[in-house]
Design a protein around this ligand. Structure first.
Ligand SMILES: [Zn+2]
Length: 142
């Protein structure tokens, strides 16, 4: 496993960690190890292909959990695809926006992220379908 720092926007010193794992086993043990340190009680299932975990407190305690490194994305390179990358980037984006609102003082307590799982699911699916269609179209042109 190797960890990188991703800065989504150059205008803000706000980062997430990217943990690139070579196998599912390696990814799961990294997630479980981190969860123990973070006292996270949320269970991660063994069929997970990727995961974005925001650091604790960010959602439950607005303002208190603020950090310039706001979460970690785990990806298993053994069965990665665009759907998974885009799905996890969707989560990273939701939490990034949340952090930026803190950063700029524009946080609104009405903001909620309950819909993000559905949003990220369809985002990944849509990109996957569009990419497959582009591929098919290109093959037809040959
Ligand atoms: Zn998700």
């Amino acid at each position: 496993m190797k960890i990188f720092l991703i800065k989504p926007d150059d205008n803000f010193d706000v980062f997430f960690r990217l943990a690139l794992c070579r196998t599912r086993k390696e990814m799961l043990s990294a997630i479980n190890r981190d969860d123990e340190k973070l006292h996270n009680t949320e269970k991660t299932t063994s069929d997970v292909m990727g995961l974005f975990r925001t650091f604790p407190g960010i959602i439950d305690m607005p303002g208190i959990g603020y950090s310039n490194i706001y979460g970690i994305m785990y990806l298993n390179l053994a069965d990665i695809n665009d759907n998974v990358i885009i799905h996890e980037c969707g989560h990273a984006t939701f939490f990034w926006v949340f952090n930026i609102r803190h950063y700029t003082g524009k946080f609104d307590n009405e903001d909620n992220f309950k819909e993000q799982e559905e949003f990220c699911y369809f985002l990944g699916k849509a990109v996957d379908k569009v990419k497959r269609t582009i591929k098919k179209y290109k093959e037809g042109l040959k």
